[in-house]
Design a protein around this ligand. Structure first.
Ligand code: IPD
Length: 246
């Protein structure tokens, strides 16, 4: 579909929060294949597909995470699929179609990139941390995010905003950054990649900053406390409170 040209099919929370026909087609394909194979399971997709299941397993899908990159012909987008049981991801896959890279994880079974076991980087002081982050689509949220990131920037090695929450967490798992923080990702953005990161040795927390959005913070396990302590005074509200929403 991308080779054939991309058109914006719709917008969601703001005029820049776009949906393409490929988002919808990919979600439909995944729903039909997954529930075709396992008709008792539930399904939750970013583009609105919700099916209650009876088996206890729910598939959580982001058909294109990094839709704006997809729209602009950038390679940093992914398809994310997680299986969840009792509110916990038990299996996840994140695929980057442009490179063919496949990240996978199972609960207790480790994390892999194209079959090679992944491990997070060794812990570094916060001042030496390369931090991935992201921004939402609504102006009010972005203004808050900009203030917090501006306060964080002088305290860390550097900041990256690649454009896909799922690939950001996979980068942490692969040792390609030291931390990820963002206010606003949804469950479908991090359900699979959060497990990939956790199984590679990260601590991934979904915190309640009291804004109605989730605050996702992830680092190698031993680095979490120091990083969270820096986030709070920067304005990533909730990072130091220990409030966990999921
Ligand atoms: C977005 C991406 C982006 C993040 C946004 C997400 P989408 O997902 O993960 O990196 O900063 O918060 O909404 O809209 O491309 O599926």
């Amino acid at each position: 579909m991308r080779a054939g040209g991309i058109e914006v099919a719709d917008t969601k929370s703001s005029p820049t929060d776009v949906v393409t026909a490929a988002d919808r087609a990919a979600e439909r394909l995944l729903r039909e294949r997954l529930l075709g194979a396992r008709p008792e399971d539930g399904f939750l997709g970013e583009e609105g597909d919700r099916v209650e299941g009876t088996s206890g397993v729910t598939w959580v899908v982001d058909p294109i995470d990094g839709t704006v990159n997809y729209l602009y012909g950038k390679a940093q987008y992914a398809v994310s699929v997680a299986a969840r049981v009792e509110g916990r991801s038990v299996a996840g896959a994140v695929v980057q179609p442009e490179t063919g890279t496949v990240f996978t994880a199972t609960l207790g079974g480790g994390a892999y990139r194209d079959g090679q076991r992944l491990a997070v980087r060794d812990v570094v002081p916060v001042a030496q941390a390369l931090v991935h982050t992201g921004f939402g689509y609504e102006a009010e949220v972005r203004a808050r995010q900009a203030t917090a990131v501006a306060a964080l920037l002088p305290r860390v090695r550097d900041i990256r905003r690649p454009g896909s929450c799922a690939l950001d967490l996979c980068a942490l798992a692969a040792g390609e950054c030291d931390a990820y923080v963002e206010e606003g990702p949804h469950l479908w953005d991090h359900a699979a990649a959060g497990l990939v990161a956790t199984e590679a040795g990260a601590r991934v927390e979904v915190l309640d900053p009291g804004t109605g959005l989730d605050l996702v913070v992830a680092t190698p396990t031993g680095a979490f406390g120091d990083f969270a302590a820096v986030l709070d005074p920067c304005g990533f509200t909730g990072a130091g409170t220990g409030n966990t929403s999921a």
